[in-house]
Ligand binder design. Sequence first.
Ligand SMILES: Nc1ncnc2c1ncn2[C@@H]1O[C@H](COP(=O)(O)OP(=O)(O)OP(=O)(O)O)[C@@H](O)[C@H]1O
Ligand SMILES: [Mg+2]
Length: 288
Amino acid sequence: MAELILEAQDVEFEYPDGTKALKGVSLSIEKGKKIAILGSNGAGKSTLFLHFNGILRPKRGMVRFAGQDVRYNHSSLMELRKKVGIVFQDPDSQLFSASVLQEISFGPLNLGLTEEQVLQRVQQAMAATGITELQDKPTHALSYGQKKRVSIADILAMEPMVIICDEPTAWLDPKHTIQVMELLNGISRQGTTVILSTHDVDIAYSWADYIFVMSDGRVVGEGIPERVFQDEGLLRQADLAQPWLVEIYHEFKQQGWLAKGVPVPRTKGELLELLKRDTPGQALVVSG
Ligand SMILES: Nc1ncnc2c1ncn2[C@@H]1O[C@H](COP(=O)(O)OP(=O)(O)OP(=O)(O)O)[C@@H](O)[C@H]1O
Ligand SMILES: [Mg+2]
């Protein structure tokens, strides 16, 4: 059986004002996978993430890391947070140092590494996120998208086993969205488990190995992207749109441009290959 890195079992959580944000969440995340968590505003994604490194503690239920129940004493939490890094949804709640360089150095300096090792990690993290030229800037003077990339570099430099990114591409321009997703792919290829939340169904569809869908404090569906996004009842329940690739695939099949039984493509390139194969030599005439 696949090795599980994070598990939640019947997790319930209530904020001090009485908001029941998680109403019995159970899920299992396999080590090394690319996981997307989808769900509309207020579904409970960020609240769940804060349980994964012990910032929040369940009112009921259990969180496990690498098969062990999370313990909430200071030293266990410090250990857990070295292994599970969270890039917060709002970079302003994560960044606090004067300059970008100081900000990214802070975590690794506290890991007991040599100065040289720290510098090497920081430089790597800055290069990977494309912020090397911002290193001397004060963090408060950065644009939102720049802050977002600094907050990712912050966690990268810690080299955790699991990287959790809460809406990593929100507010990023198209070029930096692609850059961040490629970066997360690269991190995943090195064996790190990557978990993200997003409202971008196209990104989730093409990027993730496995998807969990949340609605109103619960996990209401899960599966590989092809399955999740063909479950129209689930999409309606969670207020999710279909990715454009899935929509186009169904339309093209209806038009007879794709053979019956062809699998739904995961990328634009796969769709074009299918079209070339199923309609060889035919020009597609789009009327209207
Ligand atoms: N600090 C807080 N105090 C009280 N209620 C909160 C707090 N943070 C979140 N909530 C509530 O908990 C519920 C879940 O919120 P959460 O931020 O986890 O959702 P989300 O899925 O991350 O949403 P979004 O897509 O908007 O980021 C919401 O009803 C929200 O209003
Ligand atoms: Mg959130």
